[in-house]
Ligand binder design. Sequence first.
Ligand SMILES: Cc1ncc(COP(=O)(O)O)c(C=O)c1O
Length: 333
Amino acid sequence: MTLESAGHPLLRQEVAKLHLVNPDDVLIITPQEGIYIAMHCLVDYFSRTYGDDRSHVITTYPAYQSLYENLHTLRCQVDYWMVKESGDGWYFDMADLRQLIRDDTRLLVVNFPHNPTGYLLPEDQWREIIEICERRNIFLFSDEMYRLSNNDQSAPLVSACTAMTNSVTLFGVSKTLALPGLRIGWLCTKHSTLMTSMKSFRDYITICCSAPAEILALIALRNKNEILKRTLAIIEKNLHLLADFFREYEDVFEWRAPRACTTGLVKLKGWLLRLGNGGAKGFCERLQEEAGVLMLPSAVYEFDDNCVRLGFGRTDLKYALIALREFLRRNKP
Ligand SMILES: Cc1ncc(COP(=O)(O)O)c(C=O)c1O
């Protein structure tokens, strides 16, 4: 029973091969559930190990909301490693991270490739993060949901769970493997105490994933090269479409193509920021109402209200761009 509720043995075997860990280091979950489980078990572990009442944690920001909200709910002291902007686009500054780390920092939560900016940390900086975490005994939670989406042909960063014991990797089939409806992902860690507590915590939530979905995920993983080829071809084509589009509209958008991911954060300029109630939120509301195109205003990330997140992982992007062009033509002052 315990073995099966952690996920189908063949699926765990396949996942283990992907991250170079043991099948016992793999827990099959639904991605959102995985974040919830890992954060609860990590904070509990810090409380038991260090007697923490309010652990100090650092998370990349802006971020997928549950990566930091769970930690707030668990009364952690949460510091944000904020994204920055340079002439080349969005990036995370290692000097900022070093400054945020305290003697009692327990956990660093990162997400590379990064949703929403599409930023991919350079490999030497990833190695430095692992070295810092190991030296300072900081646990690393690595959300790798957009793994294998490097659109510049570079190799993916080594998974955190492969590189160090005090780490957890989250990955799944929703993004680059194009199967979000299966609701299948996994947590991997070589930290056996943490894995044991995550497995039992999970017994009080969903107990296990849907068996048919696990089998489909297994088939997908066994055919991942074919699926990835398709995903990367869609991304490449869409990046060309976006490059053409933003060249045409550079008076109102500031776009730098990300190195990875299927999302990007675009800055708005000029009259676009004066539509509706103003800001990126005003633009997105009008765009959704009048053109049926959905973009996320950066305010939903509690970030400056002058950017929008767009997704380019789907084949229907070309239709969204047609509707967006028409919207811009109609609304241009
Ligand atoms: C960074 C990140 N982590 C986790 C998830 C959760 O994945 P899922 O789509 O399978 O719920 C998402 C979903 O968008 C995400 O962007």
